[in-house]
Write a protein that binds this ligand. Sequence first.
Ligand SMILES: [Fe+2]
Ligand SMILES: [Fe+2]
Length: 276
Amino acid sequence: MTRIHNENYNHLEPKEIADGVYWIGFSEKDSKLFCNPYIIVDGDEAVLIDSGSRDSFSTVMLKILRIGINPKQIKRLIYHHYDPDLCGSLPHFEAIIDSPDLRIISQQSNILFLNHYSSQTPKDCFMDLDFEYTFGDGRTLKFIHTPYSHSPGSFITYDIKTKTLFSSDLLGGFDNEWRLFNPLKDSCHNCSPQQLCPKNSSSCRLYGIGRFNQIAMSSAKALRYALDKVLELDTKLIAPQHGSIIDSEKDKHTIINYLKSIDNIGFDYFLKGEAK
Ligand SMILES: [Fe+2]
Ligand SMILES: [Fe+2]
């Protein structure tokens, strides 16, 4: 399986974005909010991250099978919070994996709600796991709490081996012209984001990221706290649950600096009368 370096690939195929890390999402015409489930395969073990909505189950499952994974190899399901766009398919995965080894990793306040999707699979709060999960061969995932970005129990997951950060809604974005990899143009780094690019009238990726975070995150304080947690990590890829993968340091810093500059986030966005 080849890695993606451009957009010339078949969206029906799983895409290896780093060693053993696969994007298993898909793009939907007319949707402005694409969901990105991922799976990490290591030896004969796999961990599924933010598996997706109920309607996306068949597509996501097909992609997992195309990697060559037997569902029983999936040992953990990670849910970064409890929204239906990422855990609506939980009961379907639980049924198809059908293994006593399966466990769910999330955070205690998320688990209260995850129990409404699934009461049978054991669930672990990442804090009780010393903030990490280790595969059989030693590959380690680190969990970082990002409270109120956007749920109280929201967290992000860092794969030490590939320096891939699974950021869930954090650093996600709305996108009218979505591509899995969509690097910022040189001119974006010194531009004031607006709906349409002043240079070529295309949809502005930074603007879409800003609007999504204004709506989805709870406050500028919470968002800035979470972004500082991201900056503490040495990342090669940032793989959000919505929008495009961030694969350069320059893009990462431009996006984070822009988000930190926005004061009207969440409730303040509402108070300013900007929220629809
Ligand atoms: Fe969410
Ligand atoms: Fe989401």
